[in-house]
Design a protein around this ligand. Structure first.
Ligand code: SF4
Length: 405
């Protein structure tokens, strides 16, 4: 049975299948997933519906990218035995919750999400003035709330989406958390704790409700989380009762702020498929060498004998990520004194990036030989995700009065 403790350890994150994964994805998302996979109960999904919102006119890329994306996840070290990996569109409960939440979400909440306008600006070649695109942050909220996940790993620019999710959950609980006999049920739930904990819970609730003591509220929440004997429904009531509201049906998730990725592309801009400046996770070695050799360098270094400045060069930005301290010192000194040429400098970078990518590419090639294993991993993940999502929807429909036969 689900418990509040279990929910708070649940973590959800997705990735859009819109092309081959590259080093930007690795440093920006996958390294965080690898670090979190044994710490939380992780649900990682292929966000194919999210990809469709921006690629509805050329959806073939989604179909082509899905399985390669999963192979890349596994090749870098995501462990299917430790996490649930699934395909968003195979868990249709995401869509149902999205639809139900759309009934209670004010338009203005979606219009003010900064990434809505940013993305429209950035992807000018696409017509994103659609109803679906406006609602995509709400689908993200449904992606999280359908698992009643406690944790969502995000970069700073995505915190606003978690905040929206929290507001939507709060609004939902406010409207639908009011059972007719809520007070009676909350009182019965209190009695299921030990005498000592009943006393403490009542004291902390009074301190919060009468004096606004936020610390008392936090202690009371921790107390409830530690109550293994309480059924989930009773826990949800007591969480709501603490704050003077109703039952908490959709808990508010917390954002886990992940380290921002500064992965520069081949041209010094952020690495992105839409800028054509990527190094793929499975980049063949000859193509890797060719791409790095063609990278622009410090434009003031015209002749081999001219000293250069690594701070004006995108090759240096990659050295900073991949090279050892000794190599970095060699580049800094050699460039500034013209002791090394750009070809030497790029050659050393090619070696170190190639060495990093070799095991990933090898692992991906092996995994590609067994497509049936990859499909089985995703089918198992779909089943695990659906089991949790269906439980949530049963409660959501009941709370909304939509559980008629
Ligand atoms: S030596 Fe290296 S860091 Fe300096 S300009 Fe050439 S490529 Fe850039």
């Amino acid at each position: 049975m689900d418990t509040v403790e279990l929910q708070s350890r649940r973590l959800v994150s997705g990735m859009r299948p819109t092309g081959r994964l590259h080093l930007g994805h690795y440093h920006g998302v996958l390294k965080n997933w690898i670090a979190l996979q044994h710490e939380y109960d992780c649900f990682f999904f292929v966000a194919d519906w999210h990809a469709f919102f921006t690629h509805y006119e050329d959806s073939i890329i989604i179909r082509e990218s899905i399985w390669n994306m999963v192979i890349d996840w596994l090749a870098v070290g995501i462990e299917p035995s430790a996490v649930s990996l699934f395909l968003q569109s195979k868990v249709p409960e995401h869509a149902e919750l999205h639809l139900l939440l759309s009934a209670i979400t004010p338009m203005s909440w979606l219009e003010r999400v900064p990434t809505y306008k940013d993305q429209q600006e950035k992807l000018k070649e696409k017509d994103l003035s659609t109803y679906g695109f406006l609602g995509y942050p709400l689908l993200q909220s449904a992606d999280i709330l359908i698992y009643r996940a406690g944790q969502v790993p995000v970069g700073e620019d995505q915190v606003v989406h978690v905040e929206l999710t929290r507001e939507v959950a709060r609004r939902f609980n406010h409207i639908y958390g009011r059972e007719k006999d809520f007070e009676d049920k909350a009182q019965s739930a209190i009695k299921r704790m030990s005498k000592k904990n009943i006393k403490l819970y009542i004291q902390l609730r009074t301190a919060y409700q009468e004096q606004g003591d936020v610390e008392a509220l936090d202690i009371a929440k921790e107390l409830l989380k530690s109550q293994q004997n309480l059924a989930l429904g009773d826990s949800e009531r007591l969480f709501g009762y603490l704050e003077g509201g109703g039952k908490v049906i959709l808990p508010e998730p917390q954002a886990i702020l992940t380290r921002a990725s500064k992965m520069p592309g081949l041209d010094g801009q952020k690495m992105s498929n839409s800028y054509g400046n990527t190094i793929a996770l499975r980049e063949p070695e000859d193509s890797l060498a060719d791409k790095i050799k063609r990278m622009p360098t410090d434009t003031n270094r015209i002749r081999r004998s001219d000293p250069g400045d690594p701070d004006r060069c995108s090759v240096w930005q990659l050295h900073e990520i991949y090279s050892t301290e000794d190599q970095k010192a060699w580049v800094q000194e050699g460039c500034r004194t013209a002791k090394i040429g750009c070809l030497n400098c790029k050659g050393s970078l090619i070696d170190v990036v190639a060495a990093t990518l070799r095991p990933i590419r090898k692992q991906a090639e092996e995994l590609s030989q067994h497509p049936e294993d990859i499909r089985r991993i995703i089918e198992d993940g779909n089943d695990a995700a659906r089991a949790v999502a269906q439980e949530t929807l049963i409660e959501v429909r009941a709370a909304m009065g939509l559980d008629y036969k």
